[in-house]
Design a protein around this ligand. Structure first.
Ligand SMILES: Nc1ncnc2c1ncn2[C@@H]1O[C@H](COP(=O)(O)OP(=O)(O)OP(=O)(O)O)[C@@H](O)[C@H]1O
Ligand SMILES: [Mg+2]
Length: 247
């Protein structure tokens, strides 16, 4: 734990998600030891931490995709005992680290498969991603990495979710595409709160209101994104990088 902003209570207002003492295992191996934090009901909360520290596993544990213990609430209701499909139906959208688009299907087919509700937000998604409208009939496997990422984000935005979990959306993308994906997430965050795993600290600085830093299997720091990134020593200590060199 570091500084006065550590702990789970740095945010005010009613959180959309609370995570208490989350422990996750994969094939009997502990991959998340004891993680607790809140996600505010508005804006973007970034999950940070060095490689392999358990960021993806934390998201997958919240969704019940891996074996987990602890307490997770969504809008005040416990969801830690529910299977993944019921958590999704309650309004948790997931944009996974590896995008998981159906490469043999077209963009339009990928999006149609994601529609869960009677009135999907097609116009909103088309406004955010005009490039995908132009490529409706293109096979998703032939898209660039950035375009596939947009399909993956678009799928989650078609439904009226209460929370999005987005895992490293800018990883491996060219700088111009990083900006496009960040722009889309920023616009999306006006309509739905986002829990965002992101290693690109320039993107974090631009998008995130709050940060949760995982280190050693636990939460090492929570607070305002700007406060962490303005504190070079703390950023280096927690993440092993300089904020200004991390684009
Ligand atoms: N399928 C798996 N089987 C066994 N161990 C795994 C598996 N997936 C992840 N792990 C281990 O769990 C730990 C946490 O992994 P996780 O992918 O959650 O970390 P991460 O913080 O998302 O990493 P990255 O920054 O590389 O995305 C790591 O030590 C990793 O080696
Ligand atoms: Mg990961």
């Amino acid at each position: 734990m570091s500084g006065a902003s550590s702990g789970t209570g740095a945010f005010t207002g009613t959180p959309i998600l609370t995570v208490r003492n989350l422990r996750c295992t994969i094939a009997g191996q502990q991959v998340v030891e004891d993680v607790s934090f809140d996600v505010p009901a508005t804006g973007i909360t970034a999950v940070l931490g060095r490689n392999g520290v358990g960021k993806t596993s934390t998201l997958r544990g919240i969704l019940g995709l891996i074996s987990r213990r602890g307490e997770v609430t969504l809008a005040g209701d416990r969801i830690d005992g529910l299977p993944t499909h019921r958590i999704v139906r309650r309004g948790v959208g997931y944009v996974p680290e590896d995008r998981e688009v159906f490469s043999k299907l077209t963009v339009a087919e990928n999006l149609a498969l994601a529609e869960r509700q009677r009135n999907p937000r097609r116009e909103f998604v088309a406004e955010l991603f005009p490039d995908l409208v132009a490529r409706r009939e293109q096979q998703a496997g032939t898209l660039s990495g950035g375009q596939q990422q947009m399909v993956s984000v678009a799928r989650a935005l078609l439904n009226d979710n209460r929370l999005l979990l987005v895992d490293e959306p800018t990883k491996g993308l060219a700088p111009k595409i990083v900006t496009e994906v960040a722009d889309a997430l920023q616009k999306a965050s006006k309509t739905v709160p986002i829990l965002l795993v992101e290693q690109n600290l320039e993107v974090v600085r631009r998008l995130a209101d709050d940060v949760v830093v995982i280190a050693g299997g636990c939460v090492a720091h929570v607070g305002k994104a700007g406060d962490l990134l303005d504190d070079e020593d703390l950023t280096r200590r927690l993440l092993g990088v300089h904020a200004e060199h991390a684009a």
